[in-house]
Design a protein around this ligand. Structure first.
Ligand code: COA
Length: 641
């Protein structure tokens, strides 16, 4: 068994949105044509094209973010480097980007699919594929498990039908409708491993829409219909009967479940898959799994680790299944939607990130919970054209089995190494920052910066996902922090600085305003990071790629290492999401701010001595309380002046 540190090095997995910051830009980043579909805007009107950002503004942002992290002496060098870069290197790149923007519906998205996802060679769990958790259901044991699997499957099919019928209301950012194309890409989709670059196969492109799901239990796979031949959802009775049959035929644990290979490095899995698929019967089983609308894992018992809660364990289940001796053998990480159904009321989903961001997945989870609340399941009736449950077996060689044994070791080491902590702050939710005229998201990001500084004594380059779905085929930008105002605030909070509340209060407002202003820039397509990515990729694709000086600066090297990687995914029900940190010395934080509570899932790697999810949660609580106190006391003292 490798030590956690060895395992980390072998299995080093980087959050895909972030990995290209460190890697040289790929020269193979040829466009993946994003299948153009006429449903991109459910609002009916065509959404605007993603604009090309302004060079001066991008470089001003660069300087602002660099100044936040650097000493005055270091910053002087960065200023010089940025001026040189602007004078000598940006002209041709900007023209190249404008030409690309004219040719493509969205200049970023085809690149993005390649560099953030398909070309990434690291394993999908635990960094690329997020876990998402349902509120606890009230059941224990097999019959409750089967009933809830049936209900979740039926509710998912209802949602799928709504997407197909274009019945979803458009998501909104304020009054702006968002691109809804990602919804169409969720069902029946699979990321097929290929050497060098994976292939994404969307269910929406299938000639005949799939009618089945794939069910995993004890590592055995089964095909089970969830839609009848008229395209209607199957009743709960029928789903239940089929799931009972699955249970009947899967009593013993599979010693070499092929699904474990989907937790491997992509090139290794691609090699094994290619070899497995040489046998026609294996190819057929693969095709059935890969075309399934979604997967359902009927999981075995999973105990929380000592000192952790059942919710923490639930998050581990949805992220990685807690290892090959537990439930990882029931996962197929290539599948976009994988429901995980515990035997104790804890259920969730692991999702493959290539087709969509968190919000469409969160909307699916919220919808499923609405079905439970409304008890709107269809029972009884008969189905036409139902196919019998079919076992999907694989004939494996000794080499395949050896590869699976290796995959087990890797994922087991990672599952052991990753600390996953769910934490709810209950003193206030979004309501408090709103009451003092501060953006809740900016307030929370400032609390992250303060908590990190109190633990590590430095400021953490921080990644936060911003949606670009206001634009046709939009994906994401990075609301990078700290900005200069946030850095000033955190430095003012240093122990012993004893600054008056009025000063802290004013600086807190300046910091959160600057964060919100940059959020708005990002969401309007005027962020810095994707523009700089475009420079890297244009240069790499040019006939004479050179070394772009900006990316050689110490400032960029520091800014590219995200010690905190975050994402806000709000939901109406209690549905926390989670993902692993982007590198070994980093934190992964997914958060879900609700009106009266703030939910966080914090991940760190145990082998890295100075990070700890538990310690971060403690400091986060302190930071949130301190920010509140500054808002309240500072406002009072200001009013006396
Ligand atoms: N005073 C009072 N209220 C304010 C305020 C202020 N200064 N600023 C914001 N608010 C309010 C908003 O109106 C909103 O109100 P609501 O709760 O009634 O809707 C609420 O506070 C939340 O706003 P805010 O905290 O600023 O964030 P947001 O909801 O605009 O979200 C992002 C910001 C960046 C998270 C979001 O726009 C986004 O891009 N989300 C997608 C992220 C994503 O894709 N994640 C998944 C990655 S896999």
């Amino acid at each position: 068994m490798p030590s956690p540190l060895q395992a980390w090095r072998q299995f080093r997995s980087i959050r895909p949105e972030i990995m290209f910051y460190n890697a040289a830009a790929s020269t193979k980043a040829a466009a993946v044509p994003m299948q153009k579909r006429d449903f991109s805007s459910a609002a009916g009107s065509k959404l605007p094209k993603l604009p090309t950002p302004d060079t001066l503004q991008t470089l001003r942002h660069f300087l602002d973010f660099a100044e936040a992290l650097e000493s005055p002496k270091e910053f002087k060098q960065t200023q010089k480097a940025v001026y040189n870069f602007m004078d000598l290197e940006t002209y041709g790149l900007d023209i190249g980007l404008k030409l690309r923007a004219e040719k493509h519906n969205n200049w970023l998205t085809p690149w993005w699919l390649n560099v953030a996802y398909l070309e990434a060679r690291d394993p999908l769990p635990v960094v690329t594929s997020p876990g998402v958790n349902f509120p606890k259901f009230e059941y224990q044991g097999q019959s409750g498990q089967i009933e809830h699997a049936a209900k979740i499957a039926q509710a998912a099919v209802f949602f799928y039908k709504k997407i197909q019928r274009n019945e979803l209301k458009p998501d909104m950012a304020g009054s702006a409708p968002l691109d809804m194309a990602q919804y169409r890409l969720l069902f029946g989709t699979d990321r097929i491993p290929r050497k060098g670059k994976d292939e994404i196969r969307y269910g929406a492109d299938a000639e005949t829409p799939a009618r089945h799901a794939v069910v995993f239990r004890n590592g055995h796979a089964f095909q089970m219909d969830v839609v009848d031949s008229n395209g209607e959802p199957l009743s709960i009775d029928m789903l239940r009967q089929q799931l009972e049959e699955v249970v009947h035929h899967s009593e013993h644990r599979h010693l070499h479940a092929l699904g474990l290979m989907t937790a491997e490095k992509r090139d290794k899995w691609a090699e094994v898959r290619e070899s497995v698929a040489r046998l026609p019967s294996n190819r057929k089983s693969l095709e059935r799994i890969e075309s399934a609308l979604f997967s359902i894992a009927l999981d075995g018992a999973a105990q929380p680790l000592k000192g952790y809660t059942e919710k923490d364990e639930q998050a581990r289940q949805s992220l990685h299944g807690s290892g090959s001796e537990c439930n990882t053998l029931n996962r197929w990480f290539d599948k976009t939607i994988q429901f995980t159904i515990g035997d104790n009321g804890y259920c969730g989903m692991c999702y493959e990130h290539t087709p969509a961001e968190g919000p469409p997945i969160a909307a699916l989870m919220d919808f499923i919970m609405d079905q439970f609340d409304g008890r709107t399941f269809i029972d009884g009736g008969s189905a036409s054209g139902l196919q019998p449950v079919r076992r999907l077996d694989f004939e494996l060689t000794d080499d395949h089995k050896k590869a699976i044994d290796k995959a087990k070791k890797r994922i087991d080491a990672v599952a052991e190494d990753l600390e996953v902590l769910t934490y709810t702050f209950t003193r206030f939710g979004k309501n408090f920052p709103k009451s003092v005229k501060i953006s809740p998201d900016s307030f929370i990001q400032l609390a992250f910066a303060l908590a990190f500084h109190r633990i590590h004594g430095t400021l953490a380059p921080t990644y936060e996902t911003a949606s670009l779905r206001k634009f046709d085929e939009g994906r994401t930008e990075n609301i990078r922090s700290p900005n200069l105002q946030m850095a000033k605030f955190v430095n003012m909070m240093k122990a012993g600085s004893n600054r008056p509340f009025t000063e802290l209060h004013d600086q807190l407002h300046a910091a959160t305003k600057a964060h919100k202003k940059y959020t708005t820039d990002c969401m309007n397509g005027a962020g810095m990071d994707r523009h700089l990515l475009a420079y890297k990729l244009l240069n790499a694709e040019s006939q004479n790629p050179t070394t772009l000086s900006l990316f050689e600066t110490p400032a960029w090297k520091r800014m590219a290492h995200f010690q905190i990687s975050t994402s806000q995914v709000p939901t109406r029900h209690y549905i926390p999401m989670c993902f692993g940190p982007s590198a070994e010395d980093c934190y992964g934080i997914c958060y879900n701010p609700q009106e009266r509570e703030l939910h966080f899932t914090i991940t760190t790697f145990r082998h890295f001595p100075s990070t700890s999810s538990r310690r971060f949660a403690k400091e986060l609580e302190r930071a949130l309380n301190d920010l509140r106190a500054i808002c309240v006391k500072g406002a009072k003292e200001n009013s006396k002046l």
